[in-house]
Design a binder for this molecule. Sequence first.
Ligand code: MN
Ligand code: MN
Ligand code: ZN
Length: 287
Amino acid sequence: MIKLGAHMKISKGFKKVPEDTVNIGGNTFQIFTHSPRTWNMKQPSEREVDEFKLNMNKFNIDFEDVLVHSSYLINLASPKDDIWEKSINTMVEEIKATDKLGIFYYNFHPGSHLGMGEEFGIEKIIEALDIIFKELVHTKVTVLLENVAKKGGNIGYSMEQLGAIINASEFKNRLGITFDTCHGFDSNYDIRNKEGVLKLFDDIEKNVGLEKLKMIHLNDSKYDLGAGKDRHEFIGKGYIGTKGFANFLSFDEVCKLPLLLETPGDDEEHAEDIKVVKEILKNIGKL
Ligand code: MN
Ligand code: MN
Ligand code: ZN
């Protein structure tokens, strides 16, 4: 079965998300645990958790297919001690909330070294993750590093960098990766053709292990291959295009994973994108 959905708002509470998801034609989703532009968050109450879980079952959504995305302020590579510590603390709280909600996966951008160099940034991230997992020995949430676009000192634009972090972690078995198609395209992973996808798989296998790839962020790109701009586009309207996605989704390694849209707009636009993806899947015999 294809698992397909989008990033959903939590403004009407966690409990509304499963129903909203079904209404846009999805069967999985991604959410934040709180406003992504703030450090502070409060844990969901027992009641919020119960109502959410009830609706997950009512609307037939699998907890394993759902993803929590970290907030935007978190930077585990920050050279500023106060930001680095706040990032660790907020991430611990967000992962605790993920666990409370019964969700299995939590996704974050590895971080930005802000000019201090990649080696510095990678060391900070490894150190931060060790601290975070030591605080979270009783949760079983898997933490996914997302590949990002190469800009602004970002770490994690190549599988080699994601692998350098994961393989050096004391908690390697708690870590995995999300592949974002727009960010990957920004980093020259040309998923529009077969050779490009095979090269991507090779790169993942060599550096991380293909079994660690758990989620797909399905985004088209407003800019051409290798641009490094990180501008998401509606599916089929960008440089990856309908044919490009038809190629990418024809691989079982891809279409067996949850496919999560982070394309522009809201529920209405996402419903349209879901239709486009389903049409592509039908055309290649996957739906
Ligand atoms: Mn992201
Ligand atoms: Mn993404
Ligand atoms: Zn992006």
